[in-house]
Design a protein around this ligand. Structure first.
Ligand code: DCP
Ligand code: MG
Length: 583
């Protein structure tokens, strides 16, 4: 996308705030001549009312001067407020839009995009986009307009004086150009370093436990020190250019002023220049140099804003959303689940599921077993369309998955994931996921069924106990129980359960076992099973190896097989169970 295209797209977001835009544009146009007219008034005051003593006229002019000054100040205030309000409103809209879009993106997008990148887009980049509206566009136009009117009045007052003032102008333009390019480069470096620092901090604070367990603090800290050093250096370089540029502009404008006074004073003596002009010109000059000084910076800001805008649009243009054309959006999801020659890959290259076909009858339980990485979690991620299959078809109750509205589908299928994720908030909020239609009574009822009620009542504040981020103030078993209640509260037609492998004490184990039995009762269920008890009670067992089904059948059938995968699994289970005290 070119800068111009980005600008065009950004401008579209102005539409709801058109009146703000046009008001500030009007103010910009009105302020330019008012700003330029002040030196002109001074010029007249000196020549017409001081040199030819006219106290009354002087008073009138002074009052006019004050009025213009006052109006100008009020307008400047309004201009700043309006442009910034518009900027904030627009990025408010954009931020919501971007976040909603991120939420709708497929998991495959998140598999390849670091968390840091997404937060940077929603927070930092959008903040930069804001400057396009608050400091870019209209402000730059206002500055240029003001510059032109000042120049016009200068020429109108005295062509010669103006030309003399402008002798240094090419140097100024050159200096501005060099400054702009240098600052741009350092600004980009600062941004890259900020992004690096963000990503590093995020990752290592999230993984602080691992860092501390392996006593890697010093290594991590020294790595951070390096990143920090580069960031600081990038900032210092930027500051260097500012530190050089502004004094250079001072010198150039002082030189301009010097030339002007030198020639102007001669002109006065020769009667070519009036005293009033000589007094007014330094004022013009100040008004001429002031915008030039900031314009270079503003152009950069605009450019950076556009670059950030481009990145934001990249996210908005990402079409990796779940295509939802499903029409079925009511009723129950009762019926057989059928996989037909399903193949699937995460990256489009390596297939993690190959030609998978099976059928699970309504109300039955299927246990999936298989070694780590064999594709168990992948199979269940397909059923509620977290990922899209490459080949084959999946049907529930005689309809292809795509015929179901995604929200409906996901509401009717509850998934308990291998890694339970809890949010910051109360136990109750985590169970209902902020669905206000679920009452506390229902929550307690569900917790009783699962067997979580007792332990929750022991927490300080029971159902209102506030969980820390990721539920870190609970044990793994406790977190799992909460996620089971979560699933039961949905009252799903299909239940999918990714059993965690973490070893639990026998008591929790039996509570969880009980919870699982409650959950899979009377529903079609697919359970990735690690516990023998779950496997034994299943109606069917499916054994996976490298993404292929190697065995499928009733537990008793599979046990009868010689050298079967399930049989060997079953035997090892029993052996370890006998050897391990506590089982
Ligand atoms: N995979 C991937 N991208 C993901 C998730 C998994 O490329 N976002 C790969 C890693 C494995 C393969 O897919 O090689 C199968 O992964 P599964 O998560 O399906 O494996 P399991 O659930 O069977 O393993 P485990 O028992 O360890 O949970
Ligand atoms: Mg898994």
């Amino acid at each position: 996308m070119s800068s111009f295209q980005i600008l065009k797209r950004l401008v579209k977001f102005i539409r709801p705030y058109r009146w703000i835009f046009w008001s500030s544009a009007f103010l910009a146009i009105a302020m330019a001549p008012l700003n330029a007219i002040l030196p002109y008034l001074t010029n007249i005051m000196v020549d017409e009312h001081i040199m030819k003593p006219d106290l009354h006229g002087l008073k009138v002019m002074a009052i006019w001067y004050l009025i213009v000054l006052f109006v100008l100040t009020a307008m400047r205030y309004g201009f700043t407020i309006l442009t910034n309000t518009m900027g904030q409103q627009i990025i408010f809209d954009l931020r919501n839009k971007v976040y909603s879009h991120i939420l709708s993106l497929r998991l495959s997008y998140f598999d390849k995009t670091p968390i840091g990148t997404n937060t940077t887009r929603v927070i930092n980049d959008l903040e930069t986009v804001n400057s396009v509206f608050s400091e870019g566009l209209i402000t730059i136009a206002a500055d240029i307009l003001s510059l032109l009117t000042v120049l016009f009045l200068m020429f109108w007052t005295s062509v010669k004086l103006t030309l003399i003032c402008l002798v240094t102008f090419p140097v100024l333009l050159l200096a501005s150009y060099v400054f702009k390019e240098k600052v741009k480069a350092s600004f980009q470096r600062v941004r890259t370093q900020v992004a690096r620092m963000n990503a590093f901090l995020q990752e290592h604070i999230s993984g602080i436990k691992t860092v501390q367990i392996f006593a890697a603090e010093q290594r991590v800290a020294s790595k951070f020190k390096d990143i920090n050093k580069e960031y600081t250096q990038a900032n210092l370089d930027g500051i260097f250019y500012y530190a050089v540029f502004f004094p250079v502009v001072e010198i150039i404008s002082a030189a301009s002023l010097g030339f002007m006074v030198w020639w102007g004073a001669q002109g006065v003596l020769e009667g070519l220049v009036t005293i009033g002009q000589l007094v007014a010109f330094p004022m013009y000059l100040a008004r001429l140099f002031q915008p030039v000084r900031t314009l270079a910076d503003k152009f950069n800001t605009l450019q950076m804003g556009l670059v950030a805008g481009g990145r934001v649009f990249e996210i908005l243009d990402n079409a990796e959303t779940a295509k939802d054309s499903g029409q079925i959006r009511s009723g129950k999801l009762k019926g057989d689940i059928v996989f037909q020659n399903v193949s699937f890959s995460y990256n489009g290259e390596t297939e993690v599921l190959k030609d998978v076909s099976f059928k699970l009858e309504e109300g039955k339980t299927l246990a999936i077993v298989g070694s780590t990485g064999s594709g168990k979690t992948s199979i269940i991620s397909l059923i509620n369309r977290l990922y899209e299959i490459d080949k084959g078809s999946i049907q529930i109750a005689g309809h292809d998955l795509k015929e179901y509205n995604i929200e409906f589908l996901r509401n009717r299928i509850a998934v308990v994931l291998q890694d339970v994720f809890l949010f910051q908030g109360t136990v109750m909020e985590n169970m209902t996921l902020k669905n206000n239609r679920i009452t506390l009574e229902e929550v307690i009822e569900a917790s009783r069924i699962i067997g979580a009620h007792e332990y929750i009542m022991k927490l300080p504040g029971d159902y209102h106990y506030v969980l820390a981020e990721r539920g870190s103030n609970l044990s793994v078993g406790q977190r799992q129980l909460i996620s089971f209640v979560r699933a039961l509260l949905c009252n799903p037609d299909v239940l999918i359960l990714d059993e965690a492998t973490s070893s639990l004490d026998t008591e929790t184990e039996s509570v969880l076992q009980h919870a699982i039995e409650k959950l899979i009762e009377k529903r079609s269920s697919i359970v990735i099973a690690h516990r023998l008890s779950t496997i034994q009670h299943a109606d069917h067992i499916m054994a996976l190896e490298n993404g292929r089904i190697v065995e499928f059948g009733k537990p008793s059938e599979l046990l009868a097989k010689e050298d079967g995968l399930y049989k060997s699994l079953y035997e090892t289970y029993f052996q370890t169970a006998e050897e391990t005290p506590g089982y």
